[in-house]
Design a protein around this ligand. Structure first.
Ligand code: PBG
Length: 323
């Protein structure tokens, strides 16, 4: 009790504060998401996400080279295909944009951990994450397409596939498909607790994946549900997920903590597009200090229990952490 106890004693100098810091952000735990599109020398700015671009494969290589030099170990690839159809055929085309990108990156950077987002929304004409039948998203009809997509990413050389569609049973379908085809070594990072969130708005501009009708609330979770997030997570682990994602991060830090405490596998948090854009917009106005805000946000996500953080701030954060 005060006056014997004075917690300020241990905050009195920078060495003391550094020595006693409980949570430490490291570049090795960051996953850098990148959008890749067809073409050459193409670098298309995403208006709602300053600093984020859709890159053609040649420029992707340059970007990843720079990220690797900063000590970033893993990237998460999203494809922006040239063509879309009802069956999302460009998602599981071995010559698809993500497949090309994976082959290129694995050839150039053999040690890079290449993670691919497995979903149909960027590849379907209607922008939903599954197959549409009679105006509804058909869960079971979507599973083979998702599994086929994961397999084609694995064939291209992906180390980890990350299903983000939120169909029931997709993790099992993907695990079975991978194992049956000789890819038992490819890991699954499942978007287990993924909420129907307004924070994905800027991403949908970046990836061109806005649904043409309805919304994603019949498959993504209700933001108000905590127990269900745990159930989704345990379910995915039972189906064969190696690691799980909580998404978005900031409005869901309670779940990052709860899931971290409930499971043994690594837990990732996705610091999503809307969270990024809010920071960039305020920083551009000079209302917040971008560097301090970003490091505080990422430290908060880590303190909440995330082992890995997927963030568009990865390269900036790496450059600050490396100083
Ligand atoms: C694909 C997918 C989305 C995100 C990751 N994978 C969009 C969505 O579900 O609508 C969002 C990522 C972000 O906002 O940064 N289903």
């Amino acid at each position: 009790m005060f006056p014997e106890t004075r917690l300020r004693r241990l905050r009195g100098s920078k060495p003391l504060r550094d020595m006693l810091q409980e949570t430490r952000l490291t570049v090795q735990n960051l996953i850098y998401p990148i959008f890749v599109q067809e073409g050459a020398a193409r670098r298309v700015a995403v208006d709602s996400m300053p600093g984020v671009y859709r890159l053609s494969p040649d420029l992707l290589v340059e970007e990843v080279d720079a990220a690797c030099r900063q000590g970033i170990l893993a990237v998460l690839l999203f494809g922006v295909p040239e063509t879309k159809d009802e069956a999302a055929s460009s998602a599981y085309d071995d010559q698809g944009i993500v497949q090309q990108a994976v082959r290129l990156l694995k050839a150039r950077f053999p040690d890079l951990v290449v993670i691919t987002d497995v979903c149909l929304c960027e590849y379907t004409s209607h922008g939903h994450c599954g197959v549409v039948r009679d105006g509804r998203i058909d869960n079971d009809a979507s599973l083979p397409l998702l599994a086929q997509t994961a397999l084609s990413h694995a064939r291209a050389g992906a180390d980890i596939v990350a299903p983000s569609d939120m169909m029931d049973g997709r993790v099992r379908a993907i695990r079975d498909k991978l194992d049956f085809n000789g890819f038992s070594g490819v890991a699954i990072l499942s978007y287990a607790a993924k909420f129907a969130s307004a924070f994905y708005g800027p991403f949908r501009e970046a990836a061109g994946s806005m649904p043409t009708f309805g919304d994603r609330r019949t498959y993504q979770m209700n933001p108000a549900n905590r127990r269900e997030a745990l159930q989704e997570t345990l379910d995915d682990l039972e189906e064969g997920a190696d690691m799980v994602i909580v998404k978005p991060a900031l409005a869901y830090l309670d779940l990052v903590r709860e899931i971290r405490d409930a499971v043994l596998c690594p837990v990732a948090a996705y610091n999503v597009s809307g969270e990024y854009s809010l920071v960039k917009a305020a920083a551009a106005q000079g209302w917040v200090d971008e560097r301090q805000i970003v490091l505080e946000i990422l430290t908060g996500i880590k303190r909440a229990g995330a082992d890995l953080i997927i963030t568009y701030h990865a390269r900036d954060a790496a450059s600050w952490l490396n100083e």
